[in-house]
Every structure is written in C-alpha cells, then in structure tokens.
Design a protein. Structure first.
Lengths: 338, 357
C-alpha cells in the first residue's frame, strides 16, 4: 500500500505514543464541567422519582419543582452527547425532542387509553418507545391540557411514576459509566483506546460545543421562529411548562463554561468569547417572554431573531477561531454534513 | 469567437437546419462541479478532461451535486439540503432553462438522475410531513414539469443513480428523518434504518440492508461500476468508531462491506463524502473531508490499496487513469498511476461532488 502526502506542511501528523501525559485542559473539563453536571443530573433525577412516588398528581408543586430541577440538570449536559449518553440510546430515552410528528403525545395517549401494563416494572417500561419516555414525555403528563388529565387517575399516576423512575435509572447509568471508566478513557488516550490521541479527545469536546450551539440556535430558537410569514410559537421547546427561554439560558451558560475551558489561556479569545456569551444572555434576559410567544409580533420577533444571531456569532468564533487554535478541521466540506 | 459560434448555432437551430446542441457545443466538459467563490457567490463549473475549467455559470445558492443530461448539454444543479429548488442550466449559453420547485410538502436532497433516453429526470425528495422518501419525476421535453412521484423505499433518500444500459434506479435511503421546522436536526437516529433500494418503473424490485448492529450507518453516496455493481459510502451516526463505511453490492447478492485496519478506518472520521469507481471498475476511491484523506480500495479483494492526504477533499470521479479529485480549498487534480498531480486555485472552493458528464 502506498501512502501519499500532498500538503505536508499543512498537516501536522499527531505523534502517537503509548502513554501521553494527560492534557490539563481535558482534565479540568472532566473534573469541573462534565462530572459535576452528570452528578447533579443523577441526583436530581433520583429526587424526581422520590417526589413522584410521594405525590404523583400533575399539579403537585413538589413534583413539578423536582421535575424542573432535574430537567434543568439535563439541559446543562444536553450538549455532552458522546460515550455514556449514547450507550443504549440513553440520551434519546431522556430527551426525545424535537418531535416534529407528535409521536410523544400519541405514544402517551395510547398507553393511557389501553391502560398498557408495560408500566408495571422498570424493565418492561424501558422497552417502551423512547418517544413515550423521558423529560419531554413527563412535560405532557404534568402540563398538557389533554394528557395531564387523560384516562384513569390511578393509571396516570403509575405512568408518571414509571417515567420518573426510568429517568432516574437512565441518569444513574450515565453517571456510573462516566465514573466507571469513561472519564479515564477520555483523559488518557491510548493507541487501542476509545480515543487514541489528545487531538481526538479535543475534537470530541469541540464537537460537543459546536453541536450544542447549533442545537440551541437552529432548534431551541429556530423552531418557534419558523419564518416571518409562518412563525411557530407552539413549536417552541417545552412551552407547556413555560420553560422555553430557560432552556436557552441554561444551555448557553453551560456552553460558555465549556468554551472558556477549551479556550484555555488565550486571554484575548477568552475575553471575546465571554463578551459574546454575556451579550447573548443579556439580550435573552430582556425578552420578558418565557415561551417565545412574541415570535408572532414583528417587534418582539426581531428581538428573538437578534438573540439567534447573537448565538450564531458565538458559533462563528468557535468555528473560525477556536477550531483552528485547537487544530480541529473546519473545512468547507468537512463541516457540510452531507 | 465563442459568442459568434453561439449566435451562429442559435440561428441555425431556429432555422431547423442542424441537430440539437450536444455536450461538444458546451466545450466538451468531462465533469461538472459546484463551487463557492471568494465574493461569497456560487457557481456551477464545467471541467475538461485536462481538468481545465470550460465554463462557469452563476448559481443562486450553495450547490450540492449536479446531474448531467445524457445527450443534451444541460445540467441540473441542486441546492444543498434541504433545498426547495434546482436549476436547469444550458451549458452552451449559460442560460437558466428551467427552475424546478419542490412541490408543497417536499424538499430536495441534492441529487438526481436522468432516464437512459434523457426524457425523464428523477430527484430524491423528502415528504417531510410523513417522514417518507420520495422520487420526484420530471418531464424533460415539457420544460422539466413535475409529472409524478413514487416511494423511494425508505427514509431520507440522498444519492440516486441509474444502472448502465437500463432504466433501473438505485437509491441510497440514508434512513435519517429530518423536518424543515428543525433545520438539519436528525429526528430518528435511535431507530433509523438505511437501505439500498432498486426501482424499475417506479416499483421496488430489491432492497438491500445492512446488518442490524449497523443501523446507524447512513448510506449516502453511490457509484456505479461498468457492470452495474454499486459501491456506496456511509456516514456513521452512532457513537465511537465504525470500521466499515464503504460497501459494495450487486443485485440479488448480499452486501459486501469494505473495511480497513483500525488506524485507517479511524482517519475517515466516520464520514465518506464522495465515492467513485475507476473506469474499469477495479478500484473504488472514497473521500473523507473530515479526515482529509482519500482511500483507494481494490474492488475485487476489498483491500485498501492507496491512501492520499488532502485537506477538505471531497469530490472524486474516474478519469482515464485513476481518479480526478477536488477539495474545498480549491485543489483540483488527479490521482493516477504516476502519482498525484494537483493545481490549486484561490478562486474556487469545490463543493461536495465532482460529477462525470
């Protein structure tokens, strides 16, 4: 086999050795960004299951508060989509959204109508379609006008408890894997490991940042914005529970933390990244419109569009400045995704 | 000179004195490729056998792939997914002959293929309210009007090609469900089921599937060998590494997967951008813009034969000896028996595909 290198000066081939010294940036990201957030998710999800066991009525303030805290914790890790979250499609089972075809309410309605006994044990329930599980399904059970009151009260209660228990179990599994050996795999790349080099681990973390920013811009903000002629307020994320703007805020705060850790000691880039996030969060803060209902009003809509443009400006910094600085490919075709 | 010739041809055509123009009248391009220009505009280019640019025609937006009419010098340039339009370009005059607008509830995926006689154009489309793949049918003689559609045999059809000497179409159903209300977000990764579907007269005649554990390997791009063999490039949507991103298939036979050793498999970054057979069908070349690498495999014993590094490489097509290759940095060149020979232009960043005319 022949190996030909055309642009030798442009490609710095990584030197892979058997044991690389752990990258301090990666170590800090694992210790201060990843692990604490998954610990919070596991803990608050466990509290959600406890709260549902105590009081499963959809209007219960205790239950709703526990649900809100656990969901907050999920949103703060929702960009960390690799390794333990992807095993057995755990992240999809926690967060099936966007649901462009309304599969979640359909799945829940049919469970309730059939009084499907699949909710009896956690094992059986874990075989239910991912659309009927997780935080977004729970939102329908607690806040949707139709589904929160549908069917037999005892069955509804058992379903709420089954979804909460399932969320807690999935979150605990993700944390167990991170603590088990995944953090070590990410920290210590090796020739036969999941990651072979520091370049690969940095690439994984950079991808988490850029796809997280993309999701918040295109989906959390883009879905309700729709088009000027066809704004779509009811396509906003979790509008039933009034949490739409809150999710944008939590995701941006978490992504800011990750981006600044990746920037490391480049003070100029750190300052500009920080400024870009602060600008975005302050524009979001003055909206005073928790569910992006204002997308239908030309003046408020403009303010929401400005928030989206502001997130896109952060994406540009990540792609055009941070990516090259980290040595991550960011070509015209490499980023295309087709 | 060229302008005079065009006027002359136009006059003769009007008088009905000579046959319709052919690809020779368009400067005889061997390939078509979409490109981005430094001023932010986009173009479709004709590329000659010597990899010289024979024409450059403006496009209204970023292109993806193009389909060349089998006889007439017409090319259909598709917008990038989820595009709602495609333009038919007269490659002699540079004029837009027709615009294809995706019907209500459909968008294009960026690929299309002509029937053997050139009378019909087939386009891969998304019926996004139902999450089903469709093949749109357009009547070329009526100025590319929409006349119908049929099921693609799966979800998220991407590339489509016609088998040589027949009207059997083969479709890469990538398996990924998307909806324009969520941009390019993938809605069904956990349950996606890609396949390779063969269609004749709008009827599914064969469906080839991957083993269940590879259901997150999206079949995206196709190459057709001289004897109707189909090579396909995949994009891994699961976590971690996928060793097999390339496959080969012949009708009525099982899929053959083409892998490489771990080091070489990893350098593809889980992502094949384009795929091509050599003219004799003995070699398969794949590009990975993410890995910045071209792999050339022996199509018979399915082994890796050659590796060639080029940043942001994507377009690949056969040439007389070996393969012609383009990159998003403006490189255009050949990878042949005598090794690589490339030129770089700052003026054009080549988009995903290099399409043979």
């Amino acid at each position: 086999m022949r190996r030909i290198l055309l642009i030798a000066f442009a490609v710095a081939a990584p030197c892979i050795t058997a044991a690389q010294a752990a990258d301090p940036v990666v170590a800090k990201i694992i210790d201060t960004h990843i692990l604490p957030r998954f610990e919070t998710l596991a803990q608050s999800s466990g509290q959600l299951a406890d709260a549902a066991a105590t009081d499963c009525t959809p209007k219960s303030e205790t239950l709703r508060a526990a649900y809100g805290r656990a969901f907050d914790a999920w949103v703060a890790v929702s960009h960390l989509r690799f390794g333990p979250t992807e095993t057995n499609d755990r992240a999809f089972a926690l967060a099936f959204w966007p649901d462009s075809r309304g599969v979640t309410p359909r799945t829940l309605a049919s469970l309730i109508t059939d009084q499907d006994p699949v909710i009896a044990t956690p094992q059986e329930f874990s075989q239910v379609s991912i659309a009927g599980r997780g935080f977004y399904a729970m939102e329908f059970l607690l806040y949707d006008d139709t589904i929160s009151t549908a069917g037999d009260a005892a069955y509804h209660c058992a379903l709420v408890q089954a979804v909460a228990t399932d969320i807690a179990a999935t979150s605990a599994e993700i944390l167990a894997d991170w603590q088990g050996d995944y953090a070590a795999r990410l920290l210590n790349p090796s020739p036969n490991g999941t990651y072979r080099s520091q370049e690969e681990t940095v690439q994984e973390l950079f991808k988490a940042l850029t796809t997280g920013l993309e999701f918040t811009s295109d989906t959390r903000l883009g879905r309700p914005l729709g088009s000027f002629d066809k704004p779509r307020p009811t396509r906003a994320e979790v509008w039933r529970s009034g949490r739409s703007v809150r999710h944008v805020k939590i995701s941006l705060e978490s992504l800011e933390n990750l981006m600044l850790l990746l920037v490391g000691d480049n003070a100029d880039l750190a300052a500009r990244s920080k400024h870009a996030f602060e600008t975005t969060l302050s524009k979001l803060g003055i909206l005073n419109d928790p569910v992006f209902a204002g997308v239908t009003d030309p003046q408020t809509r403009l303010k929401i569009e400005v928030v989206q443009q502001s997130v896109d400006a952060i994406r540009d910094i990540a792609r055009q400045e941070l990516g090259p600085e980290l040595g991550v490919a960011a070509g015209f075709n490499a980023l295309d995704g087709d | 000179m060229q302008a005079n010739r065009r006027r002359f041809l136009g006059g003769m055509l009007a008088a009905g004195l000579i046959p319709k123009p052919t690809w020779a009248d368009a400067g005889g391009p061997a390939y078509l490729a979409a490109a981005a220009k430094p001023d932010g505009s986009f173009a479709l280019c004709g590329i000659g056998r010597a990899l010289n640019i024979t024409f450059e025609i403006p496009l209204p937006a970023r292109g993806h792939a193009a389909a060349a009419h089998p006889t007439r010098p017409q090319a259909v340039a598709f917008a990038r997914r989820p595009g709602r339009f495609a333009v038919v370009i007269d490659c002699v005059s540079g004029a837009v002959k027709a615009q294809l607008d995706a019907p209500q509830g459909r968008h294009f995926y960026g690929h299309g293929a002509f029937s053997q006689d050139g009378d019909w154009l087939f386009t891969t489309e998304n019926d996004y309210e139902h999450g089903q793949g469709r093949i749109g049918v357009w009547d070329v003689s009526k100025g590319y009007t929409r006349v119908g559609e049929f099921h693609s045999g799966g979800v998220g059809p991407h590339d489509i090609k016609r088998l040589p000497g027949s009207d059997v179409l083969v479709v890469a159903n990538g398996g990924i469900d998307t909806h324009p209300d969520s941009g390019r977000v993938k809605l069904n990764i956990a349950t996606m089921q890609p396949n390779l579907t063969y269609l004749d007269q709008g009827q599914i005649i064969e469906v080839a599937q991957l083993p269940p554990e590879m259901h997150k390997n999206s079949i995206r791009h196709l190459a057709i060998g001289p004897r109707g063999q189909v090579a396909f490039g995949m994009q891994w949507q699961g976590d971690g590494q996928m060793s097999a991103l390339i496959g080969q298939h012949r009708q009525s036979q099982p899929i053959q997967l083409i892998g490489a050793d771990d080091d070489h498999a990893r350098e593809l970054g889980g992502y094949i951008g384009s795929i091509a057979y050599s003219r004799n069908g003995k070699m398969i070349a794949v590009t990975s813009p993410r890995g910045g690498v071209v792999h050339q495999y022996d199509a018979n014993d399915l082994t890796l034969d050659q590796v060639f590094e080029l940043q942001d490489v994507c377009g690949v097509a056969p040439q007389d000896r070996g393969f012609a290759i383009t990159s998003g940095r403006g490189d255009i060149g050949g990878l042949g028996r005598d090794g690589p020979a490339f030129a770089q232009s700052d003026a054009l960043r080549w988009d995903n595909h290099l399409v043979e005319v």
